[in-house]
Design a binder for this molecule. Sequence first.
Ligand code: GLY
Ligand code: MN
Ligand code: MN
Length: 488
Amino acid sequence: MAEELTPETPEETTEEQAIKQRKNGLYPGVSDELAENMKSGWADTELRDLAPIAQADKTAARRAALSARFPGERLVIPAGNLKTRSNDTEYAFRASTEYAYLTGDQTQDGVLVLEPARAGGHEATIYLLPRSDRENGEFWLDGQGELWVGRRHSLTEAEQLLGVPAKDVRELAAQLKEATGPVRAVRGHDAGIEAALTDKVTAERDEELRVYLSEARLIKDDFEVAELRKACEATARGFEDVVKVLDKAEATSERYIEGTFFLRARVEGNDIGYGSICAAGPHATTLHWVRNDGDVRSGDLLLLDAGVETNELYTADITRTLPINGRYTELQRKIYDAVYEAQEAGIAAVKPGAAYRDFHDAAQRVLAEKLVEWGLVEGPVERVLELGLQRRWTLHGTGHMLGMDVHDCAAARTEAYVDTTLAPGMCLTVEPGLYFQADDLTVPEEYRGIGVRIEDDILVTEDGNVNLSDALPRRSEEVEAWMAGLKG
Ligand code: GLY
Ligand code: MN
Ligand code: MN
C-alpha cells in the first residue's frame, strides 16, 4: 500500500503525501512486493576515515570567537531551505553566509547549534538530514530522497569532515521548542526553525547576533584570502572569455556575454557571486543593469561587472569598461582615463591605519576636478565636493567590503565599518565611475550615453595593499593591447 511506503512525517496527511508524490512524478500504488524488494540488495557505501575539510581549523576558531561573545546562550544558525521557483522546481540552493562561515558546510536544511556547556563555552552540534532511510522507502519515494537528488553524507561522515558532532535535523525543531534558557538565532533562512523559536527570541537580540557575525568577517583569515584570490583569478579568465566572443555578442545580444561569463563561473566555481552586469552602450549608465538583453555595437563601450563565486562561496567583484571594437574613441578615452586616475588615487589611499572613507574621498576629488576642468560643473572643486555636485555623474560610493557576500559585512555597525580605520586582512573594492545618462541635457550631446566604471578587489596588507584583481589590465592603452592579443 502506498500509505505504508511514504516517509514517516506525522504532520502530513495521506492526501498531502499523495500530492507530494504526484508533484515528484510518482503515483501512489506501489505493490507490497516492490516495496519489499526496494528495501534490500544495496551495498554499504559508508565512507570511512575521512580527512577534515581544509578550513576545519578556521571554522573551529570562528565558532570559538562566537562562543566567547555570547556566553551562556543557545545560538542557532540555519543554512536555509530550498526556495520554490515554480510548482515543484526550486532555485539552486545557496547556504546562508553565516552558516557556511561557521561550518564550512553548505547542506540545505542544515542548522548549527551552539549549546552552552556546563563547564563554560559551548558545545557545537550540526543538525543535518541523514542518509535516506531504505526501510521506509524514503530514498526513492520522497522528492528529496537520495535516489532523486543524490547521495548525502551520513552523519558520521559529516562529523569527520566538519569536526563537529552531527545529529538528525528532523528532531531539532521539537528540541528547540522544549529548550529553556536564552536563545538567539540568525533569521531569514529557515521558517521552520524560526517557528520553533518564536516565543524564545527577540528581534533585537537576534540582530546583535547578525551584527556580530557580519563584523567577524571584516578581517579575512588566510583561507579566506586564498579563496578571494581564486575568485579573482577565475573572474579574470571569465573576462578573457568574454573578449574572445565579442563578435558573437554583436551578432546576438548582451546575453551572449552573460552566458559566456556564467560558463566560467560554473566550471571554476560555484556560481556567479551576483547578477552579472553586461551593459553595452548607454546601458552602462544604469548601475545595476542585469536585464542584459540589449544590442552590442562596435564603437560603443561594454561595462562588464561580474564575479565568480568559488566553491567555498567567496566572490570577486570586478568591473572593466571595454571598447567593443578594441579601441576607445577620443572622448571615451578621456572619460576612461579620468576614472582610471580616480581609481589610482582611491587605491593609493587603501592602507592600514587610513580611515575607511579616505579612498572614497580621494577618488571623488579626482572626479570632481575632471568635471570642473571639462566645464560640466562650475568650480571651484572645494565647492563641488562640499555640495556633492559631482554626484550627478559619480552616483555611488567608491567601494565596499568584499567576501562571501559581494557587499560583505553589510550588517556591521557604522563605527565598525564606514567610520573605522583599515586593518590588514580587510578586502574591499575600489570602483569609481562616471555616468552620463542618455537624457542628461546638462552635458554636451557627445557625452550622453557613456558610462565608465573600473573596479578592483584590494586586500589591505601590513604595509599597504595588494590588488587581487591585477591580472586584468586597467590603463586604457593596456586594455586595448590585451584585447588585441585575445582577439588574435
Ligand atoms: N557589482 C555590484 C557592485 O559593484 O557593488
Ligand atoms: Mn562592487
Ligand atoms: Mn561590481
